[in-house]
Design a protein around this ligand. Sequence first.
Ligand code: SAH
Ligand code: SF4
Length: 396
Amino acid sequence: MTVANLLEFDREALAVYCEQLGEKRFRATQLFRWIHQKGASDFDQMSDLARALRDKLAGRARIAAMAVVSEQASSDGTIKWLFDVGGGNAVETVFIPEDDRGTLCVSSQAGCAVGCRFCSTGHQGFSRNLTTGEIVAQLWFAEHHLRKRLNLPEGTRAITNVVMMGMGEPLQNYAALVPALRVMLDDHGYGLSRRRVTVSTSGVVPMIDRLRDDCPVALAVSLHAPNDALRDDLVPLNRKYPLADLMAACRRYLDKAPRDFITFEYCMLDGVNDSDAQAHELLALVRGDGHGGADVSCKFNLIPFNPFPASGLTCSSKDRVASFARVLQDGGLVTTVRKTRGQDIDAACGQLAGEVQDRTSAKQRMARAPVHLHRSGSEAVEAMRAGRSVASESGS
Ligand code: SAH
Ligand code: SF4
């Protein structure tokens, strides 16, 4: 008999499970509250459940997160955990405390198949999807661990926001993602509002539509380029779902979104996507000029690129980022520059490498296909000489 991990179940699935055990469905709500609100992992703790049920569960179910391989705490309060998901793979989860909130950055896959050029997870290639339980376990573990560690008074939450911005493309693991989101939103679970749960995607258009119908939460779209030629290079998924389709999906999403804007993430890459002209091109894109569409109501979040050697890319200068932001702001778009947190523990965006594996030869693929550089001059030449992968100005 396989032992079920109850973290795999949203409340509806837990009700079905209880029925299969010959129990009433409402028992599932009690059980669910013990697991997610109280952080119980031992059925013996569940004092209001009948002894017979507790014994039944003890024989055939468990409540357990993955083993923690390491924990690192940054001087700014950021904490990063590395979880063992078996087969030599590990995924990372990051807690980012701020004055008025605690955000957990959650992984959805071991590795990622999208293979964005500027992302260290993308450079690892894809290992496997996480299960619902493995996604939920990151929150379950972090919430209850932090309550104890931070000595929070009964009933106080450590985590007020979840962002699916760890390793992996959440919308390429849709079947596991949606029940995990339901656990986060459930009033008997973590009770997070839809506005406080954000799915970040590189643009899996059909799944944006499905999320809108199944479980609309806040949406962040990783844009990174103002036109298809550059985005094809940086975010290879763009070849399948080009910008016009992506913008149309964003507009459809807004019909049901809990917030009245989409957050566009834009990673600032020196000499690649950071010119004022490209900022103007972005304005035109989100206004629908030349794309046969209307405005997409949005905010921009500019992310300073976190460099890693294999990318061959560097971060835009502070001045460049400020100038780029100014063009967007002058065009009427709310634009923020992301603060980099947890840098001393490599917990910032794109640094979530886990156990570096390269099952799909992503490194070779990326080295072969050069990125377009919108800059001539010595740095590109130096990069070429150094044999780095950003080699070509012509982008041939
Ligand atoms: N796959 C999803 C979510 C995970 S990535 C997505 O792409 O949206 C979360 C965010 O980190 C994305 O916006 C991604 O583009 C950004 N990111 C990835 N690598 C980065 C790096 N090296 N520096 C800065 N941001 C990075
Ligand atoms: Fe995957 Fe997102 Fe990284 Fe792209 S940025 S490779 S979609 S995790």
